[in-house]
Design a protein around this ligand. Sequence first.
Ligand code: SF4
Length: 429
Amino acid sequence: MTKEKTDGLVGRGNREGANLFRSWFEELTETAKQGGQSAYVFVMGSISEILRVFDLPTVFPEINSLQTAVRRVAHEYLNEAEDYGYSPDICGYVKADVATQLRKGVHPMGHIPKPSLAVYTNACNTYIKWAEIWERMYNIPIFTLDVPGTREAGGQTWQGDQDFENDRKYVAAQLKELIKLCEEVTGKKFDIDRFREVLRHANTMSRSWARVLELNQSRPSLFNALTDGTVYLGVANGFRGRQEGGEYFERLVEEMEFKATNGIGTLTNEQYRLLFVGVPCYPIFRRFNEMFTEWGGTFINSTYLWFASGGTNRGFQYDLNNPLESLAEGILINVRDAMDSMFYQDQVLADMVEEFHADGIIYHPIKSCRTVSTGLADNRRAVMASRDIPTLFIESDMMDRRVVSEAQLKNRIDAFFEGLAARKQMAAA
Ligand code: SF4
C-alpha cells in the first residue's frame, strides 16, 4: 500500500462525513429560501424511509441544537428561549430550537426551513411536547408513531411470537396512516418502487454501520466513538435512505478494514479502552474528549451510537418483497432497541466489556436530558455487580455551559485514570 493510498483512506470518513453534513445544511438552506416543504423528525425513529418517498427534506431539530453548542453559541439561543418564557430546567435542545424558530430559522450552519409536518415516536416524552410547540407556531399536522417498548428487562419478543406479531401489526397500521397524511400534505401519491429503492439504500447503510461498530473491537481501536462517531451519526441520520448515505458507509467500512489490517489506531498510544454512556458534553466537545485522550484513553463504543442512530446499529435488513410490513418490523425492533439503550443498557454494556476489551465505563448524565440520564446510577450499579470494571460517573450538560465545570470534570477524570493506572500496575505485578 503506497503512502498516497494510506493518506487517502485514513480519515476519509471524517472528511467525507463533514462534506456531506455541510451539503445537507446547504440543501435545507435552499429549501428555506424557496419556501419548500420539510418534515421535522427525531433521531430515535425518524421514519425517513417513508418521508423520502415524498421528497420531504428531513430536519432534525436535535442535531440543529447540538450544532449550536459545538459552535459555542448555544448560550445565546438558550437565553433567548428562557427570556421568552421556557424554564431553565427543560431539555436544552428544545430551547435552542425554539430560539431558532423565533429567529425565523437562522442557524450557524445555514437556514432551517419551516415544517410542513412533524413526525416523531414515543422514544422520548419530550418529543411529544416539543412537536406541540410547532403545531401551535405553524398550525401544521403532527404525527405520533407509538412504538411498543420493552415491558421488562430481557422481556423482548421476536418474530414468530404472538406479542411481537401484534406489535408489528400495530406499527404497520400507523405507518399506513402516516403515508396517507404525507399524501395529503405533499399532494403526491405513494410510489412503492421508489419506496423499495429507499429501503435498499437504508439496508446498505444499516449493514455497513453495524460492521463499522463491530470493527472497533480491534486493538488498537480504529475510531473514537465520541468524536468520529458523532460525524458518522450525522450522516446516518441525515442521509438514511439516500444513495449517498449507503455509499458513505460502504466506504467507511473500507477505511476501517484497512486500518484494522494495518494496525492503524485512532490514538498512537492507546492505553485505556473506554465505553461511554449518555450524551457527549458538546459545549466543550473537543476539550472534553482531550481530558481522556491525554491519558491515552479512547472511546471504543457508546450507547449514543446506538440510540442516536435510531437502532440502525442492529444492521436490520428490510425485505424488499414485503416492504411495508418489513419497515414496520424494522421500526419496531430498531426504536425499541434505541429505547433499550437508555432504559435497559446494563446487560449490553456488560457484554461489551468483554467483546470490546474495555478497561472502564464513563457514565455522563446531563442536566438537560432526563430521558437518557434517569436511572444511570442504578444501571451503573448493576453493571458493576456483574463485571469487575472501573466506572466513572460525571455530570454536566450537552447544551448549557452554565452547568459545565471543566476544572471539576478534569479533577474527577484525572483521579479515575490514576486509579486505572494503579490497577494496571497491580495486574502486571
Ligand atoms: S430529553 Fe433527551 S432524548 Fe428527549 S429530546 Fe431532549 S435530549 Fe433528546
